[in-house]
Structures are given as structure tokens and as C-alpha cells.
Design a protein around this ligand. Structure first.
Ligand code: PYC
Length: 312
């Protein structure tokens, strides 16, 4: 029987399950090297951790590994109900809170290695965690997409650690009691992007769709609804999505270096971000809070028909 130690948390509402012990051996190498082994040889472990009966569709897993560079505190690989994420900011905030809970960090700045580059976590005095994310940039501006059920919409294609399609003219009211309609709209857009062959740089799959609307909080600049790859919505404002948004705002001259962008989620929670410009785009920093919700051991017996979770 496999026994897997996990620490669960939520970051502004979005769950993260950090695997701290009991994962398959992924060998040595960079986070990208180990992700390749994870993806090709241990996909059942990914599914077991995130999917029912041990998880649920919105669960994001984070596998904590020793660093390949001694200057970093750890490596981390993010995954979900259907596959692997390149990067995940809410998950990184959950990892930082988990490391604090384990007594492995206590304030200061620490580098984490991910498959798409290093990020820096900083525990702030107010209890929040700031993540200096990978460089983010806009790849394509105002791309028209003719959807099956929602007319023609326009959006930017941007990288924030994952590929996003960011839409303003969707005609939807962004309210949680409209979850089914929002999911239908964003799924329609996503399907049509794929059908029309719209991708990120190098053919990168656009697997996140972000709808924007007016904020409902006085202390926010915008509210979003984010469709994740497994067709779940992000309960947090989505940190890689906020990074992609800030890259687009900076490209339009609407966000100066160091100015705050306050992104509200569909649940009314908030991330606060800033950017530093680079030649290609921006280096974003996104801050929010996470709370530990459980310490547990997941048990996976050989004779359990759902040892590898209920796959979709
Ligand atoms: O916060 O970057 C994020 C994220 C990606 C998917 C779910 N959350």
C-alpha cells in the first residue's frame, strides 16, 4: 500500500494539496526533467491525488522535491484533475504557507524551481505571501473568435506561466450564481480557439480562459472568472492569469512599473499585483493569503479499484 503525506490549504478559496512524502521516484534533474518522468510514467499518481475519491475536480496538486540547485529551497511540480500545469501562483502561495507550517521557512525571500523557471516567494509581515512569477508577456492582441453559442468575442493571448485567452466583450455578468452560464461561455471560447488553431507561442495550448468585468469591491480594479484546463473555475483570482492580465495592461501602457493591480475573483477574494518591465514583457509579483486546512495521509491499496482515482 502506498501512503502519501499531504498538506492541504486554500489560497483565497482555491485549494492546493502539497505532497510532502510518498510520491514515486522521479529521479534527479531539473523540475522540467522530473515533470517529463512524472507525466510519462506516473500519471496514475497525479490522478490519485487530485481526483475522487481522495480529491475533487478543483484540487490542484503540488509535488515538493529537493532542488537541483542548492540556492533554491525546493522544486515544485503542479498538477490537476486532467494533467499538469506549467506554473501555478495560488499553488505557490499554498506551498509557501505549507513550508512555513512545516517550520522550513520563517520569513524572508526564497527561490523555488518550477518546470518553466524559477520563482521567488516572500513571506510578508501581514501574513500574505508574494510570488515573483516567471516573465509574462502578451503574444497576440485582440484576436477575434467566432464561438458556437456566444457570437464573436475578442481577446488577447498572453503567457503568465500558463497560456491564457483574456476576454472583455463576453456580455456575461460575473456572478457566482451564474457559474453554469460562465462555464458554458468560457468552454465555448476555449473549444473554438482550439478548432481555429489559435495557440500561444510555439503552438502552446491555450488551456485557461479568463473573462473580465467590473469589480464589486471598492478595493479592486476588476473581477474575473477563470476557466481552468479541467473545466473547473478558479476560486482565487488566478495568479498566472493575473500575471497575464498585467502583461497586457503594461503592453497597452495602462500599468506603470510598481503600480498596484487589484484583481478580484468570482468569489470576491483578491490578489494584489505589480510589475517590473522587461524587454519582452514584465516580471509580475502577485500577493495573496493561504490557510492550511488539513494534514493527512492518502492511502492507495493495490486492490483498490480506484487506487488511481476516478479518471475523466
Ligand atoms: O493561481 O496561477 C494560478 C492558478 C492556475 C490554475 C489555478 N490557479
Amino acid at each position: 500500500m502506498r501512503r502519501v503525506h499531504v498538506i492541504d490549504s486554500h489560497t483565497e478559496g482555491e485549494p492546493t494539496r502539497v505532497v510532502i512524502d510518498g510520491a514515486p521516484d522521479l529521479g534527479t534533474g531539473t523540475a522540467a526533467d522530473r515533470l517529463a518522468v512524472f507525466r510519462s510514467q506516473h500519471d496514475g499518481f497525479r490522478s490519485a491525488v487530485c481526483n475522487e475519491p481522495r480529491g475533487f475536480d478543483a484540487m490542484v496538486g503540488a509535488l515538493l522535491l529537493p532542488p537541483s540547485d542548492p540556492g533554491a529551497i525546493a522544486q515544485v511540480i503542479f498538477f490537476n484533475n486532467v494533467g499538469f500545469l506549467h506554473m501555478c501562483v495560488h499553488g505557490t502561495i499554498g506551498v509557501a504557507e505549507t513550508l512555513r507550517h512545516l517550520g522550513r521557512i520563517d520569513g524572508g525571500r526564497h527561490r523555488l524551481q518550477t518546470p518553466v523557471g524559477d520563482v521567488v516567494i516572500e513571506l510578508r509581515d501581514d501574513g500574505s505571501v508574494a510570488v515573483e512569477n516567471v516573465e509574462s508577456y502578451r503574444h497576440a492582441h485582440r484576436v477575434a473568435v467566432t464561438t458556437d453559442h456566444h457570437g464573436t468575442v475578442h481577446g488577447d493571448v498572453a503567457w503568465g506561466g500558463n497560456w491564457f485567452f483574456l476576454v472583455d466583450d463576453h456580455g456575461q455578468e460575473l456572478r457566482i450564481d451564474r457559474l453554469a452560464a460562465l462555464t458554458h461561455c468560457a468552454t465555448d471560447i476555449r473549444r473554438c480557439l482550439e478548432r481555429e488553431g489559435t495557440t500561444g507561442a510555439g503552438g502552446g495550448l491555450i488551456d485557461h480562459v479568463e473573462l473580465f468585468g467590473p469589480a464589486t469591491r471598492d478595493d479592486c480594479d476588476s473581477r474575473n472568472f477563470v476557466l481552468c484546463p479541467g473545466l473547473e473555475y478558479d476560486r482565487s483570482p488566478c495568479g498566472t492569469g493575473t500575471s497575464a492580465k498585467m502583461a497586457c495592461l503594461a503592453a497597452d501602457g495602462k500599468l506603470a512599473d510598481g503600480a498596484a493591480w487589484r484583481q478580484e475573483s468570482i468569489l470576491g477574494t483578491r490578489f494584489v499585483g505589480t510589475v517590473r518591465r522587461t524587454a519582452r514583457g514584465v516580471v509580475p509579483t502577485v500577493a495573496g493569503r493561504a490557510w492550511i486546512t488539513a494534514e493527512a495521509a492518502l492511502l492507495m491499496r493495490e486492490d483498490d479499484p480506484f487506487r488511481e482515482g476516478i479518471r475523466r
